[in-house]
Unconditional design. Structure first.
Length: 218
């Protein structure tokens, strides 16, 4: 009987980084969760009263907010050039709220690819593969051609999803700029009350907890 060797954390992180659409984002504003949702919903609608957000709607881009129990779900699409139709939803961004005192809200954003969009990218490779396998080529050439068909299609869908996520994260950041920020008091440059070692340890502890939460929600 052979014992399976668990995959190390650096290996898991490398695979996650390969398909990660956007680095984890954490925001904090001085507003209630309801106010945050209201602000995002209002910002998702183009208006002459919010001209500072006009760049968010270039190329006919639109945003769709769906409230959830502890946050929101955000999707986006844009108008296709020369067509009346709109692009497919390639990715989804989830925002999770955390409000310890009801006045300050922490928002953590994480994203994932829309699996329907990803799987639809396999239709053309499957069609062309059914043709390539009957070509009078060496098996190695056929294998390489099939591999290129599937890999290029999946990478194209992945980059399309990453672009949508980047636009949606930027939308959330710009929309929440209208809310009062949380002012963090600056630490003095030196003094007996500042213990650098303890601060570094607490920061690393906080960073590890956030990474574990991201791994658990992925």
């Amino acid at each position: 009987m052979t014992n399976s060797v668990p995959r190390s954390r650096p290996q898991r992180l490398r695979w996650q980084a390969l398909w990660q659409l956007h680095p984890p984002v954490a925001l904090v504003v001085r507003a209630s969760q309801g106010k945050c949702l209201q602000t995002l919903a209002a910002a998702a609608k183009p208006s002459a009263d919010r001209l500072h957000l006009r760049n968010l709607f270039m190329s006919g881009r639109r945003y769709y907010i769906q409230p959830q129990e502890d946050g929101f779900k955000l999707t986006s699409d844009n108008r296709l050039l020369g067509r009346r139709s709109r692009s497919r939803v390639a990715a989804v961004v989830f925002g999770k709220f955390s409000s310890p005192d009801g006045e300050i809200t922490f928002i953590r954003l994480h994203s994932r690819v829309n699996f329907t969009h990803l799987l639809s990218g396999l239709l053309l490779p499957i069609f062309f593969t059914s043709i390539v396998v009957h070509m009078p080529w060496p098996r190695l050439a056929i294998s390489i051609a099939v591999l290129l068909l599937f890999s290029t299609s999946l990478l194209e869908r992945r980059f399309d999803a990453a672009l949508q996520v980047n636009e949606m994260v930027y939308f959330v950041q710009k929309a929440l700029e209208d809310l009062p920020p949380v002012e963090v008091s600056a630490l003095p440059a030196s003094g007996p009350d500042v213990v650098l070692t303890d601060f570094r340890e607490q920061w690393y502890k906080f960073y590890r907890e956030q990474m574990e939460k991201q791994d658990g929600s992925a």
